[in-house]
Design a protein around this ligand. Sequence first.
Ligand SMILES: [Zn+2]
Ligand SMILES: [Zn+2]
Length: 347
Amino acid sequence: MSIAQTKADAATPPVGTYRAAVVHDFHSPLVVEQVSPPELQPNQIRVKVEASGLCHTDIHAAHGDWPIKPSPPFIPGHEGVGVVVERGSEINEVEIGDRVGMPWLGYACGTCDYCVSGWETLCLQQENMGYSIDGGFGEYATAFGRYVVKVPDAVDSFDAAPLTCAGVTTYKAVKVAGTRSSDLVAVFGVGGLGHLAIQYAAIAGGRVVAVDLVDEKLELARDLGAEFTVNASRENPAEAIQRLGGADQAIALAVSPRAFEQAYGSLRRGGTLVFVALPADNNITVLNGITIVGSIVGTRTDVREVFELHEAGKTKVIREIRPLEEVNQAIDDVNAGRVAARVVFQL
Ligand SMILES: [Zn+2]
Ligand SMILES: [Zn+2]
C-alpha cells in the first residue's frame, strides 16, 4: 500500500445508514427507506451517488421478469454516477474524489476467453449492478473498482447516467452493426435508447431513418439527426424503408415481435439486423444473406468512448430529473410511454 493511498483511506468519511429504493418482492412497489452500508471488500469502492438513470432493465429486475432473477431485497440501478468516497485496500484504479459511472457490467472474472478477448460483457462469471449487486438507486453504492468508468469533468452527472447504459448499449449496437458512411440505418423505437442510437449512427456517417408510433418522438428524432422518419401507426415501416432502397442496418430497440418483423422487413439484401432487446418468441428465418446479431451493453472501453463523444459535444442526452421518492410513479410513466427519453433520479 502506498503512502498516498493510506492517506486517502484515512481521510475517508464514515458512511452511516442512507436512503435507497429497495425491491422487497416482485409484486410490490419499491420502498424508499434507510439501509445500512455493506462492508467494503478490498477490491471495492464506495460511491456517493449523484444521479441514477431508470432503464427498462430496472423495471424487469423489480418485477422479476427474467428467468435468472435477482434475490430481494435488492437495490436496482445500473446508470449510477457519483463520487468515490471510500476505497478498499487493493484499489489503485480510482482515487477518492473521482467521479465514476457504475454500469451494468459490475464485475467480470478478467481471465476467461471472453474477458481477455475484449468480450467481457459475455463473461459467465459476471455480476451486474442493480441486479446481483446493489445498484445506483441509493445515496451510496458499492462497486468493484476495476469495473467503474471515470466520468470526464466536462460531462454532467445527469448526462453521464443515461450514457452509462442507454448510451453504451446503442453505441455498441452501432459498432456491431458496422455502420459506415452512406449506409442507411433504420432505428426502431425512439426513446431512452433510440434517441442516442440515432446520434451514434449519424456520427458513424450513416443516414438515419427513425421509426416510432408517436409523432413527438419522431420530431425529437429529426432534431437529433434522423433524415427520415416513419410513423408505424400510419404506415408500414418495412415498405416505407424499402422505398428508400432498404436499410443496410436495422437496430431493433422496441421489444414487440411486430417491431422485429418490421425491422427485418426493412433491410436490403446483405443487410444486418441488430437485436438489442429480444422478445420472448420470434421466429425469423435467415434469408437473403442477412446477418442477425445480438448486442448486449458494452465494455469499459465502450463506456469511455461514449463519455469522450459527449465531452466533445457530439451527443445530446434527453432526460428529465426526478427525486428518488418518485421511483414508482416514474416506472408507471415509463411503462405508459409518458417519458420522452430517460428519467434520471437525483440522489
Ligand atoms: Zn440498462
Ligand atoms: Zn470472464
